[in-house]
Design a protein around this ligand. Structure first.
Ligand code: NAD
Length: 485
């Protein structure tokens, strides 16, 4: 084992999780065992909540302009440790090194945004009657929990960590049991940046720990990022326990490609979108609706897809089961009559035969009722459906239950506008394969891709992490009295 067993970080101290079940942490790059992670017990969570509550009481009293100083230092630590942090993401998740580095670059951007928070939460004040003022302050919610998935071991935790902490909360993060190593490094760097003990805690575990978090009365807000099935469970359970909840789920992102689309731009963008992070991105293109005569664009897409080589510029998928699931979807689509134009099954990387690789896969003539068109495959695979009309293409996109991202490819501004208005997704692109909004814009889908109010990042997250306190003040005894005095 390259790394020692994963520990919890509670109240600034490292401790072994005290549950009984344990899992191996494997590198999907080659199947090597990296570490092990023992599940935490409810008593471990109890300790984390108590520490967080005590630390949060003090942190809430620190002015926000002082709180952000920790994150200015933290940003510099992320920059200084970029290589080591990226290596770790690559090892535990299987991404390419550039993709792993992009996670840290995004973590830095998220931290920069949090450092700008004092300018965004300066409050409101108005004289509401003669001599009577009303002011609004944003007050932290208290102790918050963030439950995260395997596909971004560092970026998704950073969606919540800097904003929640800068806004005065204490936090408990439950890492994915498949990739628990990066969160350990986040904890050490936050401590090194001077974050007071107890404000940031990690608690390792699986679904039992997720349920315990949803049930714990000392936690006021829960965020979840993961599959739709679990997002619904978490949303329902935490809300039934009267918590504020934002639960982001899975996705099936559609690209509508019109015949006038720029073939090179469309081909390279779509290939990059479907294969980036081995297709394990909630914003990856996984369904394409080709309208009219689009063969020339599909040919360009296939040429680009063939340039993407497992183990070179394409990482692995997360587990053997994931590889088998993705390959099963491809085989079933083929059996149902779809045409495999580029086939990524049976990918083997010399020297990394134990790794879990699937090559880029382009499947044409998929029918909207096939499983590969309806379900989240989460691999480097695109299912192409053909339509004669734009109306039919929009209907196909609108009928899919998810609503994270959707894009249109065309050189006509008018058509782009028309389609963008009709797509049923929270994040829409024009001639872009991965329409992820960057800070200060917020991240969040619609429909079965998100449950709860608002978005998880950007300005929208301010409402998630704070409560409004309205204070009405009358100082002058000579104020003119009226109906509200
Ligand atoms: P997952 O739902 O299996 O796991 C997410 C978290 O939930 C993990 O921490 C896991 O320990 C926990 N969990 C798993 N099963 C549970 C259960 N039955 N009850 C309670 N908790 C449970 O997701 P994953 O496989 O880690 O991540 C991939 C999924 O996440 C994909 O569906 C992807 O689209 C989605 N995702 C969505 C977004 C978004 O912004 N909408 C971002 C990243 C990933």
């Amino acid at each position: 084992m390259k790394y020692s067993p994963v520990r919890n970080f509670i109240n600034g101290q490292w401790s072994a999780p005290s549950g009984s079940a344990a899992l191996e942490v494997e590198s999907p790059l080659n199947g090597a065992t990296l570490s092990s992670v023992t599940m935490s017990s409810v008593a471990d969570l109890e300790g984390a909540v108590k520490a967080a509550q005590a630390a949060q009481q003090l942190w809430a009293k620190v002015p926000i302009k002082e709180r952000v100083q920790v994150f200015f230092r933290y940003k510099r630590l992320l920059e200084a440790n970029m290589k080591e942090l990226s290596d770790l993401i690559r090892e535990e998740n299987g991404k390419t090194w550039d993709e792993a580095k992009a996670e840290i670059e995004k973590a830095i951007e998220l931290t920069e945004f949090a450092c700008a928070m004092p300018a965004l939460v300066s409050g409101e004040l108005l004289e509401v009657s003669k001599g009577v003022e009303c002011r609004i302050d944003r007050v932290p919610v208290g102790v918050v929990a963030s439950i995260v998935p395997f596909n971004f071991p560092s970026m998704v935790p950073h969606w919540t960590i800097p904003n929640a902490l800068v806004l005065g909360n204490a936090m408990i993060v439950k890492p994915s049991e498949l990739v628990p190593l990066s969160c350990q490094r986040i904890a050490t760097l936050l401590q090194e940046a001077g974050l007071p003990d107890g404000l940031f805690n990690t608690i390792n575990g699986d679904k039992e720990m997720v349920n315990a978090i949803c049930d714990h009365p000392g936690i006021q807000t829960v965020t979840f990022v993961g599959s739709t099935k679990v997002a619904k469970l978490v949303y329902a359970r935490a809300a039934a326990n009267m918590k504020r909840v934002l639960a982001l789920g899975g996705a099936k992102n559609h690209l509508i490609v019109l015949p006038d689309a720029h073939p090179d731009m469309a081909g390279s963008n779509i290939a990059a979108s479907m294969t980036g992070c081995a297709g394990q991105r909630c914003m990856a293109a996984s369904a394409m609706v080709a309208v009219g005569k689009s063969d020339h664009i599909i040919e360009r897409l296939c040429e680009e897809a063939r340039k993407i080589q497992p183990g070179v510029n394409l990482g692995s998928v997360i587990t053997r089961q994931a590889k088998e699931r993705i390959e099963r979807y491809i085989t079933e689509a083929e059996a149902a009559g779809a045409h495999i134009l580029v086939d990524g099954r049976k990918a083997v990387v010399p020297g990394a035969e134990g790794g879990y690789y699937v090559g880029p896969t382009v499947i044409d003539h998929v029918k909207p009722d096939m499983a590969i068109a309806r379900e989240e495959v989460f691999g480097p695979v695109i299912a192409i459906m053909r339509t004669d009309t734009l109306e039919e293409a929009i209907r196909i996109e609108n009928n899919n239950p998810y609503g994270n991202g959707a894009s249109v490819f065309t050189q006509s501004g008018g058509l782009a506008r028309q389609v963008a208005e009709q797509l049923s997704a929270g994040m829409v692109g024009v001639n872009i394969g991965v329409p992820v909004p960057r800070e200060p814009f917020s991240f969040g889908g619609w429909n079965e891709s998100k449950f709860g109010m608002g978005d998880i990042t950007g300005k929208s997250s301010i409402d998630l992490w704070t409560r409004l306190k309205k204070t009405t003040v009358k100082w002058n005894p000579e104020s003119r009295t009226n109906w509200m005095s």
